[in-house]
Design a protein around this ligand. Structure first.
Ligand code: ADP
Ligand code: MG
Length: 446
């Protein structure tokens, strides 16, 4: 591989990720060697390597392959490891429009425009929108929480973007709690605490992402608390995120918890099928430019939205991989191809349905008590739902018959087998049962 090829890869990445991201993440990379399908890439520090790998890995691999290099994996190494890795840690998140002043071109990925709204996130979106208006503070802080990959960082960046446009006079700072900790420690070490305090107290809007990372870091917490109070006292808006509710963050001091709860606490719920499909459709539009000519057969997006329910980042990664593959092999992506090329992701995100969930759902459906479903009574009105539940457990979980038996009030595995057979028969002859099974299955699998 020549330098020119690598330059081309970088140019392609620039087109794909935008100038802001390019500058923060791709430009500092160098290609060291490639060996047996592994491209060794030099990064200024491990943090950058880690982030790039997770965020852009698939795309880089794709473009390397386009340059004629057969690469399946990237390995990041700290290039020119003369400086301690952390010294080069980027001062801000990838696409943060730095202090919303014009020194970095904003990344177009994390905007309100690109945020797909659905039931699970509409409240968080509305609250973020409100803050982004830049009017007088009505709630402080705004605390966003929810599982990984549900859009917290996206929303925070979107706020920064919009504020940058509406209120260029305001000094907006986005920082991850990691970076906050790092800067705090550096300031202590370099005896620059005054600068540190000054810096954070002079912002108009402060966003701190992922504060669960403050867990157990007492002195940083203390400093965070002071910064927090100083800003709130001046009526400056704070936006905080975490992967769980304030009360559930271990080792966070009670003072901080109660202050966090004083504002507006909103959670991002796990995505539902509709939202996932909406996101995939939106992403697909972006891909049209990056991978011209690639076609995705109907049903593929639905398949992905149905099967990958964990986290939007994984969903995006899957779509990205599909596009990269399709454009390599020059074929339309079909559901079979998706199953094949995403088998690892699909396996990992297979929802683990439990026997208990099935039992609960079925007893609700037939309006019987859970205790009766598990108990010894054998009247038809109980026995039939019980068998339905057994059948669903056999179909939808990987549990063995003895295991299922144990969870049905310690019944023998032959009883379970009998129940499953009975329902298999009835399914053919009784359309009511067939409908029930279909409905329950759908409800459980969503
Ligand atoms: P979190 O910070 O909650 O872990 P992110 O904000 O980093 O999650 O989101 C992960 C990825 O999913 C990002 O690429 C983001 O753009 C995307 N994403 C999440 N939710 C949405 C949404 N509602 N609409 C569009 N993209 C989304
Ligand atoms: Mg995040």
């Amino acid at each position: 591989m020549t330098d020119a090829n690598w330059d081309q890869v970088k140019a392609d990445m620039r087109a794909a990720v935008g100038a802001g991201n390019y500058k923060s993440w791709i430009e500092p990379l160098s290609l060291l060697t490639t060996d047996q399908g592994v491209a060794h890439v030099g990064a200024p520090n491990l943090f950058v390597g880690d982030y790039v790998g997770k965020t852009y890995g698939d795309q880089i691999i794709y473009h390397l392959n386009r340059q004629g290099l057969s690469v399946q994996r990237l390995a990041f190494e700290v290039a020119g490891a003369t400086k301690p890795a952390l010294n080069n840690a980027p001062k801000s998140a990838p696409s943060k429009p730095a202090n919303t002043q014009a020194d970095a071109s904003p990344d177009q990925r994390f905007t309100f425009n690109n945020f797909v709204i659905g039931k699970p996130n509409e409240l968080a979106h509305a609250a973020a929108k409100r803050v982004a208006e830049g009017g007088p503070t009505t709630f402080n802080p705004l605390f966003l929480y929810g599982g990984v990959g549900l859009g917290k960082t996206h929303l925070m960046h979107a706020i920064a973007h919009e504020l940058g446009e509406r209120r260029p006079d305001l000094n907006v700072l986005y920082i991850s709690a990691d970076q906050f900790i790092y800067r705090f420690i550096s300031a202590l070490r370099d005896r620059k605490m005054m600068d540190f305090k000054q810096h954070f107290r002079s912002v108009d809007i402060l966003m701190v992402d992922d504060i669960q990372f403050l867990e157990g870091k007492e002195s940083t917490q203390e400093e965070f608390f002071h910064t927090f109070n100083a800003l709130v006292d001046q009526n400056k808006q704070l936006i905080i995120s975490a992967d769980r509710a304030p009360g559930e963050i271990r080792d966070l001091s009670e003072r901080i918890k109660s202050r966090l709860q004083c504002g507006l606490v909103v959670d991002l719920h796990p995505t539902d099928y509709e939202l996932r499909l909406g996101i995939l459709h939106a992403k697909q539009e972006n891909y049209v430019n990056v991978y011209p000519g690639v076609e995705i057969a109907t049903g593929v997006l639905e398949f992905l939205a149905h099967r990958i329910s964990s986290n939007v980042r994984v969903l995006e990664g899957a779509l990205n991989r599909l596009y990269a593959l399709a454009s390599l092999v020059g074929r339309t992506v079909t559901v079979e191809m998706a199953q094949d090329c995403l088998s690892d992701i699909l396996r990992a995100s297979d929802r683990k349905l439990t026997i208990e969930e099935i039992q609960r759902k079925v007893s609700e459906h037939y309006d019987i008590r859970l205790s009766d479903m598990l108990g010894p009574k054998r009247t038809r009105s109980l026995a039939r739902p019980r068998q339905v539940a057994m059948w669903l457990c056999k179909q939808l979980t990987t549990r063995s018959l003895p295991e299922i038996g144990r969870k049905f009030g310690k019944r023998d595995h032959t009883t379970i087998m009998h129940g499953v057979r009975k329902i298999d028969e009835l399914r053919q002859s009784d359309s009511q049962i067939a409908d029930d099974l279909e409905m329950l299955r759908r409800a459980l699998e969503d």
